[in-house]
Design a protein around this ligand. Structure first.
Ligand code: GTP
Ligand code: MG
Length: 185
C-alpha cells in the first residue's frame, strides 16, 4: 500500500462578491488571495476574476473562482449573466456609508431572483460589514442582535465584520462559506 492517498478530490466553486460601489469588494479579494492592500481606489469595470487554491484537507483541494463584480453593475442588467452557476456569494457593505447597507437587501433580492442551486435552494450567502478599522459611533449595523435579525430576515447565513486594510475576519468568513458549500455537496 502507498503511504499517502492516491486520489485527490478537487472542487471548483464559483463565488460571487457583490455590493455597492467602493465598499471594498476588490480590496477584500486582493487581501484574501494575494495578501495585499492599497488605499488607491480604482473602480472595477464589469467583472474581475481571482482564483484562490486551498488545500482543504490532505486529500481535498478547493479552487475558489472569485467573481469580483463592479458595484456599478447594479443597474446594468448584466448581473444574471454574471451570477450563472455560482454556488455561493459574499455581499459587502461599507460601515461608514449607510446607503451601502440600505442597498444590501436589493443585492440579495437580485441574487435570489437570478440564481439558485441545482436543487432549487437559494445559494448560501454571507454578509460582510467592511472597513471595520474605521469603526466609530456613526458606523452602520454593528449591534450583534440587530445584525442577526437582519441576517435572518434577509436570508444571510451569517455576518462578519471585516477589514481588508487590517486583514480582519476575511479568512474566517471565507472558511465559513466554504464549509456551507461543502455541506450542500
Ligand atoms: P467597485 O469596484 O467600484 O464596486 O468598488 P469595490 O467594492 O471593489 O471597492 P474597492 O475594493 O476598490 O475599495 C474602495 C476604496 O475603499 C479603496 O480606496 C480602498 O482602499 C478602500 N477600502 C477597502 N476596504 C477597506 C477597509 O477595510 N478599510 C479601509 N479603511 N479602506 C478600505
Ligand atoms: Mg472593485
Amino acid at each position: 500500500d502507498l503511504p499517502y492517498p492516491t486520489e485527490i478530490r478537487e472542487y471548483l466553486y464559483k463565488i460571487l462578491v457583490i455590493g455597492d460601489l467602493g465598499t471594498g469588494k476588490t480590496s477584500i479579494i486582493k487581501r484574501y488571495v494575494h495578501n495585499i492592500f492599497s488605499t488607491n481606489y480604482k473602480s472595477t469595470i464589469g467583472v474581475d476574476f481571482a482564483l484562490k487554491v486551498i488545500q482543504w484537507s490532505p486529500d481535498t483541494v478547493i479552487r475558489m473562482q472569485l467573481w469580483d463584480i463592479a458595484g456599478q453593475e447594479k443597474f446594468s442588467g448584466l448581473t444574471r449573466v454574471y451570477y450563472k452557476e455560482a454556488v455561493a456569494a459574499l455581499v459587502v457593505y461599507d460601515i461608514t456609508r449607510p446607503n451601502t447597507f440600505e442597498a444590501v437587501p436589493k443585492w440579495k433580492a437580485d441574487l435570489d431572483t437570478k440564481v439558485s442551486l441545482p436543487d432549487g435552494q437559494p445559494i448560501p450567502v454571507v454578509l460582510l460589514a467592511n472597513k471595520m478599522d474605521l469603526q466609530d459611533e456613526a458606523s452602520v449595523g454593528l449591534d450583534g442582535e440587530e445584525m442577526e435579525q437582519f441576517c435572518e430576515d434577509n436570508g444571510f447565513l451569517k455576518w462578519f465584520g471585516t477589514s481588508a486594510k487590517d486583514n480582519r475576519n476575511i479568512d474566517d468568513a471565507a472558511r465559513f462559506l466554504l464549509e456551507e458549500i461543502m455541506h450542500r455537496e
